[in-house]
Design a protein around this ligand. Sequence first.
Ligand code: KIV
Ligand code: ZN
Length: 408
Amino acid sequence: GFFGKKQGYLRTFHRKSSKIMSKDKVQIFDTTLRDGEQVPGCKLDTKQKLVIAERLDELGVDVIEAGFPISSPGDFQSVHEIAKLVKNATVCGLTRSVKKDIEVAAEAIKVAKKPRIHTGIGTSDSHIKFKFNSNREDILERAVAAVKYAKSFVEDVEFYAEDAGRTDNDYLARVCEAVIKAGATVLNIPDTTGYCLPEEYGAKMKYLKENVKGIDKAILSCHCHNDLGLATANSISGVINGARQIECTINGIGERAGNTSLEEVVMILKQHPYLNLDTNINTRLLYDTSRMVSEKMGMPVQPNKAIVGTNAFAHSSGIHQDGVIKKRETYEIIDPKDVGVSESSIVLTARSGRAALAYRAKKVGYELTKLQLDAVYENFLRFADRKKEIVDEDIHEILETSKIDIKS
Ligand code: KIV
Ligand code: ZN
C-alpha cells in the first residue's frame, strides 16, 4: 500500500545517500541567555546563567549568545564570566551598530576561547523610516562600518539584518554582499516579528544563496520568532534552502511568543535523516536541560510541548495504548530514550482499554489471565469514571476490591 511504498522509498533513499553523501552540519546557536532572557519576569542572575551556559556547552551547542553587554553592568559581568567558563562553544555578545556597544562587547568576550561579536541594524523600510528616520544608503553604510569595527577586535563577526523577514530581498542581498566584503562570517536573517510563512522564509534564503556575491565565504543563519507558531517550520525551511545555522532557545522561550525551540529543530533533523543535515547536539540531554531552564527561569513547560512536554511520550486513549504496547513505533516517532526520557507512559483513564490495564497491573506486580482481566476491567472503569487518572495505588485497590483471586 501507500504507506509501505513511501517507507520503502525513504529507506532506499537514506541508504543510498548515507553511502555517497556525508551529512552537512547545521550549527546550533543558542540564545536562551539573550533573546530567551528578554521574557518578562524571567531574569536570571550571573550564577544561574553560568550553570545554564555550562549545561549548554555539555549539550553540544556550537554558539552561546551570552547576552547584550552594553545593556547593563550585570549583563556585561555575566557575558564576561561565561566567556571565561565555556570550554567548547563559541561565546557571542550582541551589539547594535554603535561603536560603544561593539567596544563593550569586545571587552566582555575577549577572554573566550572562541569569541564572536553579533552586530547589526534594522533593514526593513519600517525600521529604516520609523526607528532610524533614515534611508537605505545610510543604513547600508552603518552596517558596513559596524562590521569593520567589530572585525578590528575579533575574527568571527556575525551580522543581523533586523526585520529581514519584512525586508525587500534585493536590498537585503545588497546589504549581505556589503557586509561579507567588510568581513562578516555569518549572516543572520531574522524574522523578527514572526510574520513569514515557511515557503517565503525558505525562498528568502534561496534568493540570498543565489544572488549574493561571496556568499560561500559566510554562513546564512535562521533566527525566527513564533508569533504565528511558525518559528520551527520557518527555521527548517531555511536550512532546507541553504542556511547552515539556526538560532534558537531551550523550550522556545523568548520575546513575545518566543523563539525557535532548540529541541524541536534538533529532533526534526535527527528524525528526517534523508535531509542529510545534522547537529552536534547530544540529544539525550534535552529533557534534563529543558527542566533545568524551566526551573531556573520560573517558566513552566506546557504539557503538550513537542519533545519535552510531560505528555510528549504519554499515551492515553485505548486504541493508541494497545498499539504502543504491541509495538512502540505504531504511535511514537521518537524513542523517548533519545531525548533523555526513560520510557513512554501509559496513562490509565476511563478511555483506557484492557491492554493498558494489564500492562500497568504487570508493572506493579500482577500477572492477570484473560478471565481475571475481564472481571477486573469493569471495576476499573467504575473507578476511572470517578477519577481523572488511575495511579499505582489505585491499581492495588481496584484489584483487591475485584471479586477475583489474585496472587501478586
Ligand atoms: O529578532 C531579532 O531580530 C533579534 C536580533 C537582535 C538578532 O533578536
Ligand atoms: Zn530575536
